[in-house]
Design a protein around this ligand. Structure first.
Ligand code: PEP
Ligand code: MN
Length: 339
């Protein structure tokens, strides 16, 4: 960390900054230039509150050299991390397409969905038993009963399951049903107590979706909360951010993919369904995601999309999922990857 003092800073003010930094446990190096003095803070500066130093008299600017996130940073782990989900690798050469309905509805719907996911060649299945809905009067998910239906349908096809955890009080139930990947949704990206708990209580992989108005840095820090608890099995999922545009649901931030791949060693996947919000947009957004370096996709599919209880507009059907897999496979091959 570098503290730039103002050109009018007095000797006393410089001394005070040095004392304050040392009291916070770091060494200092004072470099006096012609017009201004620069103080270097050396050592582990993670505990130094930048804003506290910035508020001291005579300080003009405080620059953090070290990244505020550590465990998730590529600096700490230069190689890509490949997460093992019941023997299925995510983050390596092979791209994973996780498909399934927005929400668990009935045992029949889940069985048909699981068959469609399997037939398309996907290796993992998604489905929400607990749904974060904008209105409290709309369908809220089948709850624990839904987890059971999901588990049974996916087990019949040998597919590991991905499902959203909204409430920390349900974590034990998720572990009881051996949920293979816990999804933290966009609305909970900064639910720090939830992040801490999935960090310290389990090693189950976590898909951390990007908050709908979160910066990449805030997203990385949210992942650091999980990692700091001890669970390093984290998968980032870009699902579009809020924008002024109304022609689609959210704006897919394709640029975030290579930026994240540079900043973190952890896998990055993309949800084209909640980004576009329309089934017809799913293929194009999926291709863009894979071309930009995503390690996988999280796609909403439904055996009969027009009958879906939730997000019917954006669900593709089994045949469309098969087409998607074929085209994604073609793009993957060009990039030296496979699906
Ligand atoms: C979902 O994947 O079912 C979901 C609710 O997504 P998001 O949190 O991205 O809105
Ligand atoms: Mn949905």
């Amino acid at each position: 960390m570098i503290v730039v003092m103002s050109s009018r800073a007095t000797g006393d003010q410089i001394e005070r900054v040095v004392e304050r930094l040392q009291a916070m446990g770091v060494d200092t190096n004072v470099s006096r230039g012609v017009s201004r003095t620069v103080i270097g803070a050396i050592g582990d500066v993670t505990c130094v509150d930048k804003d506290v130093i910035r508020a001291l008299p005579g300080v003009e600017e405080v620059l953090r050299i070290q990244k505020p996130y550590k465990i998730v940073s590529r600096d700490s782990h230069p190689e890509n991390t490949v997460i093992d989900i019941k023997g299925i690798p995510l983050g390596g050469e092979q791209i994973q397409v996780i498909a399934g309905p927005c929400s668990v509805e009935t045992p029949e719907q889940m069985r048909a969905a699981a068959r469609g996911v399997k037939a398309a060649g996907c290796r993992l299945m998604r489905g929400g038993a607990f749904k974060p809905r904008t209105s409290p009067y709309t369908f809220q998910g089948r709850g624990v009963e839904g987890l059971k239906m999901f588990r049974e349908a996916a087990d019949a096809e040998g597919l590991p399951i991905v499902t959203e955890l909204m409430d920390v009080r349900m974590l034990d139930t998720f572990l009881e049903y051996e949920v293979d990947v816990i999804q933290i949704g966009t609305r909970n990206m900064q639910n720090f107590d939830l992040l801490k708990e999935v960090g310290r209580s389990t090693q189950t992989p976590v898909i951390l979706k990007r908050g709908m108005a979160a910066t990449i840095s805030e997203w990385l820090m949210a992942a650091e909360y999980i990692a700091a608890g001890g669970n390093h099995n984290i998968i980032f999922c870009e699902r579009g951010v809020r924008s002024f545009e109304r022609a689609y649901r959210n704006m897919l931030d394709v640029t975030a993919i290579p930026v994240l791949k540079k900043e973190t060693h952890l896998p990055v996947i993309v949800d084209p369904s909640h980004a576009g919000g329309k089934a017809e947009l799913v293929p194009a957004l999926s291709y863009a995601a894979i071309a930009a370096g995503a390690d996988g996709l999280l796609v909403e599919m439904h055996p009969t999309p027009c009958e879906a209880w939730c997000d019917a507009d954006q669900a593709i059907d089994s045949r469309q999922l098969q087409d998607l897999m074929a085209h994604v496979g073609g793009i993957a091959r060009v990039l030296g990857r496979s699906v």
